[in-house]
Ligand binder design. Structure first.
Ligand SMILES: *[C@@H]1O[C@H](CO)[C@@H](O)[C@H](O)[C@H]1NC(C)=O
Ligand SMILES: *[C@@H]1O[C@H](CO)[C@@H](O)[C@H](O)[C@H]1NC(C)=O
Ligand SMILES: *[C@@H]1O[C@H](CO)[C@@H](O)[C@H](O)[C@H]1NC(C)=O
Length: 284
């Protein structure tokens, strides 16, 4: 983990790219020092947890999980006859779970260093608790994402590809039919891929969406606040950072201010997490 030094930052944006997501208005937010995982939780990390606890994820209990159509084999696709109306590229796949990200005919043996997928918010909380950690609040996550920069779009600045370099694992090409994988990855990348941000955090945007601790709401006050923890109740939890599936044309959410949501029992082939922890008392 790395220490994220406490401070005050501008949360959200007054130029929201996605109005309905509640990215605005900007507000001054104070955050105490805390620890943040340098990397997204990997398949290897999650396997260590399952080995030591026997934990069974919600996707394993439900018997299915959502997988992006572009990652599925023809055999698996042929057996599915329902989709999400608003997003027909999401298919519920029987037997899809963290060990079988694209269904029963897939495995993670050559992806142990990739982010764990198909973990619900409840699963993520179970992992972080086992590790002696917790999920970051949305404010902590966004503060971490910004890496010490103020009011920038991305963790490294405002240009998506400084000097033509790729800084995150997102979608290149035409979504959802033609992923040219110019950044080197069609699906997820190792959690150590791409340059870290100013706080030393890797893949804080792109690669896999990351769960945060907060309940979801879209209305924010401009009042200056300290260590906000989000609404006290709700139906969905906030996820941040976007994923390898995000393209500006339909999911311009690989920005620090961007946000989205899912119910706490949801899981999908582009959704993972990282953990945070309170700073020890000797830290400022
Ligand atoms: C989990 O247990 C299996 C079986 O004992 C072992 O092969 C594997 O290396 C363990 N995984 C980790 C990450 O320790
Ligand atoms: C895991 O998947 C790879 C292909 O990605 C395959 O070659 C290998 O045999 C599979 N391993 C197991 C244990 O099924
Ligand atoms: C995908 O996009 C690339 C780059 O624009 C293009 O060269 C290629 O022909 C496209 N492939 C398909 C199947 O449309």
């Amino acid at each position: 983990m790395v220490v994220i030094p406490g401070g005050v930052f501008t949360m959200g944006t007054d130029e929201p790219a996605i109005q309905q997501d509640g990215e605005w208005p900007v507000r001054k937010v104070h955050v105490n020092s805390f620890y943040m995982d340098r990397y997204e939780v990997s398949n290897e990390d999650f396997e260590r947890f399952v080995n030591s606890t026997g934990y069974v994820t919600e996707a394993e209990k439900f018997g299915d999980s959502f997988v992006f159509e572009g990652m599925l084999s023809e055999e698996v696709k042929a057996e599915i006859h329902q989709a999400v109306a608003a997003a027909p590229w999401w298919l519920p796949v029987k037997g899809a779970n963290w060990k079988h990200p694209e269904g029963p005919d897939s495995n993670i043996s050559n992806r142990m260093d990739h982010p764990v997928l198909h973990v619900s918010w409840n699963d993520a909380v179970a992992f972080c608790t086992w590790a002696g950690k917790r999920l970051p609040t949305e404010a902590e996550w966004e503060y971490s994402c910004r890496g010490g920069l103020e009011n920038r779009l991305f963790p490294w600045g405002n240009k998506l590809q400084p000097k033509g370099q790729h800084y995150a694992n997102i979608w290149q090409g035409v979504f959802p039919t033609n992923n040219t994988a110019e950044d080197g990855y069609k699906g997820t990348a190792p959690v150590t891929a791409f340059p870290p941000n100013g706080y030393g955090l890797y893949n804080i945007v792109g690669n896999a969406w990351e769960w945060t601790a907060d309940w979801w709401a879209v209305h924010h006050s401009t009042e200056e606040v300290h260590n906000p923890k989000g609404p006290s109740s709700g139906t969905d939890r906030v996820k941040k950072g976007g994923s390898y599936m995000c393209h500006k044309s339909y999911c311009y959410r690989y920005r620090c201010a961007a946000r989205s949501q899912n119910t706490p029992d949801s899981s999908a082939s582009n959704l993972g997490f990282r953990c945070a922890a309170d700073a020890s008392p000797e830290l400022p």
